[in-house]
Design a protein around this ligand. Structure first.
Ligand code: G1P
Length: 270
């Protein structure tokens, strides 16, 4: 049912400079594998059939990573290396699943999602933020299960320390069960005193196609960007059902240098 996944990849990666001045953060290796491939592997195992990558002119190297055939063919002809052959096969498999769209100005996650409007085929689609890795348990799979059960939109969430709420989108909730709850409101990066809970949005969303209309109506919000959070908030206020999926896996923040270093350590323990 959920077959398409949108991945916004046009961000500048300023929190990871100078590493990201030549290499997109999504291609930085974590334990020998690009960050982005962890996300793709998770989706593939959860039954996703198509990826929509939102890149920018500055991040063409992401496209090149998947379209470097001449280079690989030359090497494979010279060296009969099984490992390289397998990696090339994997890259080609992913390539056949990827469509690229462009967002040349980093105007926020909402704007990125809107760029995919024409490509979305079903009533619901998945969106993943590549900074957020979740290991040990497939979060996308859990979310698709909950979506099947509830027929509504789903957001991955976890409890964060109260003092960090202004770093996240924060959910208001009711009818909390063991692994999920109904979302009654959402605020992007609230002040500590205004936060209604400490359940934070982690970068996985199952969203309805009708969110595109809501995004078109938005004015820039926090940090002058068009946030998907604000479009979600408006849909909730129009009685669209949204559920928070309290995922079981372990969350790794790869969007900062410290988080990136820690991710390498955690993944190497797997
Ligand atoms: C984005 C979202 C935020 C969410 C976070 C998860 O923020 O806007 O709601 O909690 O991802 O990582 P960003 O990390 O881009 O500042």
């Amino acid at each position: 049912m959920i077959k398409q996944a949108i991945i916004p990849l046009a961000g500048l990666g300023t929190r990871m400079l100078p590493l990201t001045s030549v290499t997109p953060k999504e291609l930085l290796p974590i334990n020998g594998k690009p960050n982005l491939e962890y996300i793709l592997d998770e989706c593939l195992k959860a039954g996703i059939k198509q990826f929509i990558f939102i890149i920018s002119k500055n991040k063409e190297s992401i496209k090149k990573y998947f379209y470097n055939d001449t280079f690989y063919k030359k090497i494979i002809r010279k060296k009969k290396d099984k490992r390289i052959e397998n990696e090339f096969r994997k890259i080609k498999k992913y390539r056949s699943m990827i469509k690229f769209v462009y967002q040349n100005k980093p105007k926020g996650t909402g704007d990125a999602v809107l760029k995919c409007n024409k490509l979305i085929k079903s009533n619901f689609f998945l969106m993943l933020l590549p900074d957020d890795l979740i290991i040990k348990k497939n979060c996308t799979k859990e979310m698709i299960e909950l979506h099947k059960q509830k027929k509504g939109s789903i957001i991955a969430t976890k409890k964060v320390p109260k003092k960090t709420v202004s770093r996240w989108g924060i959910l208001s909730l009711k009818n909390k069960k063991k692994n999920y709850f109904q979302i009654t409101n959402v605020e992007e990066k609230p002040k500590i005193k205004d936060a209604k809970s400490n359940y934070a949005i982690i970068g996985r969303y199952i969203l309805p196609k009708k969110i595109m209309k809501e995004i078109k109506r938005l004015k820039p919000g926090h940090g002058k960007e068009i946030h998907i959070t604000d479009a979600i908030k408006n849909l909730i206020h129009k009685n669209e059902n949204f559920y928070g999926n309290i995922f079981k896996g372990k969350y790794l923040d790869c969007g900062t240098i410290n988080g990136y270093i820690n991710s390498g350590i955690e993944i190497s323990k797997e």
